[in-house]
Design a protein around this ligand. Structure first.
Ligand SMILES: *[C@@H]1O[C@H](CO)[C@@H](O)[C@H](O)[C@H]1NC(C)=O
Ligand SMILES: *[C@@H]1O[C@H](CO)[C@@H](O)[C@H](O)[C@H]1NC(C)=O
Length: 364
């Protein structure tokens, strides 16, 4: 049974997007058809998948829900024939009845101390997938990008000082050239939670939670920032601008806040998670941009729809979800009583496992 969210809440969530992880990080997630119903009841119209599960893509056929799919197998994708095989098996068959609009090639591949072989193969893999998409005549519908952690930045505060790490520049610059040429967005996974967890004594909780606060002024631009997420987005714009790319849009491919954590994970509470995701949702619904780009609505994917009981790492990793796997809300986000039943058997295969969020904050 699906209890449909109230009208007012539906409007506020219409622009929200969620990440769903099936497969190896949870063994008890609901059936794709049930998830499809839940998302539609919440008016969620865009979803990011951490793989390209055919069961999920099929379940959303004809729903109009927009999908970002992912593949992290860079070795395989770097080969033109393999890339073509993957796109023709995992993307093409579902179009146009399932709306797949973007392929994310690799998640947080470019990172300090990252695997040099993987960092080297990222661009060729993106290029091969892009070529495959074009060869299959899907270029107008499907863009190709990759998702970055905030670790690609050496500086992010104040936002105008945003700069990419020098050691990653040889990899980042050609990727930016590719994104600009392909008209693809720069995707950022951003977790203000990590900044707060690392320095709870110095980072303002209202500032990271979108709660009322005086804000901070960027002395170089005089722009006032009242939240860390928008500051991080503008830091990426500044970093791209500094290397000659004013021509790429920034989108948040992951953000979220855990409702529970280990003892040393300060700030991981139900109250903070509800404030972060609820306030973010209200902001997104206004269509407001960042201080630097006030006319460009912020595009955000919330991580995650469900808690993921098998995810490794600290307790917070298993508690980013808005819902328990059985469909009951972890906290009240304003979705009045939204819930649904789940079938006892629900297992899905997955070809990729997203990385554990382990980033050290680079912002304020
Ligand atoms: C590469 O990807 C293709 C398409 O998904 C698949 O058929 C093939 O088995 C993969 N090859 C390897 C070595 O993983
Ligand atoms: C910022 O504001 C100060 C004080 O009003 C002014 O002197 C300065 O020129 C401004 N800087 C910019 C970049 O607008």
């Amino acid at each position: 049974m699906i209890i449909v969210a109230t009208g007012a809440v539906s409007a506020a969530t219409a622009a929200l997007k969620f990440g769903i992880n099936y497969g190896q990080i949870a063994n008890n997630l609901p059936q794709p058809t049930q998830v499809s119903g839940l998302l539609q009841s919440l008016n969620v119209n865009r979803v990011k998948l951490y793989d390209a599960d055919p069961a999920v893509l099929t379940a959303f056929s004809g729903t109009g829900v927009e999908f970002i799919v992912s593949n992290g197998d860079l070795n395989n994708l770097s080969d033109a024939r393999s890339a073509l095989a993957w796109v023709s098996q995992h993307v093409q068959p579902f179009l146009p009845s399932t709306r797949i609009t973007c392929v994310v090639v690799g998640n947080e591949v470019l990172a300090p101390g990252g695997d040099p072989a993987a960092m080297q193969s990222l661009l060729p893999a993106m290029q091969a997938v892009h070529q495959a998409v074009a060869d299959l005549g899907l270029g107008a519908q499907v863009s190709v990008s990759t998702a970055h952690s905030a670790d690609v930045l050496a500086a992010s505060y104040p936002p105008s000082s945003g700069a990419f790490r020098e050691d990653l520049a040889p990899y980042v610059r050609p990727v930016l050239d590719f994104l600009a040429q392909a008209g693809s967005p720069f995707l950022l996974n951003a977790y203000p939670f990590f900044a707060y967890k690392a320095s709870p004594a110095t980072v303002s909780l209202p500032y990271v939670l979108f709660e009322p606060n005086p804000g901070v002024v960027d002395p170089a631009t005089n722009l006032t920032y009242d939240n860390m997420l928008y500051a991080q987005i503008d830091a990426v714009y500044a970093a791209m601008n500094a290397v000659g790319h004013a021509d790429i849009a920034v989108k948040i491919s992951e953000t979220g806040w855990p409702s529970k954590g280990d003892e040393d994970e300060v700030g991981a509470t139900v109250q903070n998670a509800a404030l972060y995701n609820g306030n973010l949702m209200k902001r997104i619904a206004t269509g407001q941009g960042t201080p630097l780009k006030p006319d460009v609505p912020v595009d955000v994917f919330v991580f995650a729809l469900f808690n993921e009981d098998m995810k490794p790492g600290p307790a917070s990793e298993r508690n980013y979800g808005l819902f328990y796997p059985n469909g009951t809300p972890v906290y009240n986000l304003g979705f009045d009583g939204a819930s649904f039943s789940r079938s006892p058997t629900s297992t899905f295969s997955s070809s990729s496992r997203p990385t554990v969020r382990k980033k050290v904050p680079t912002a304020y």
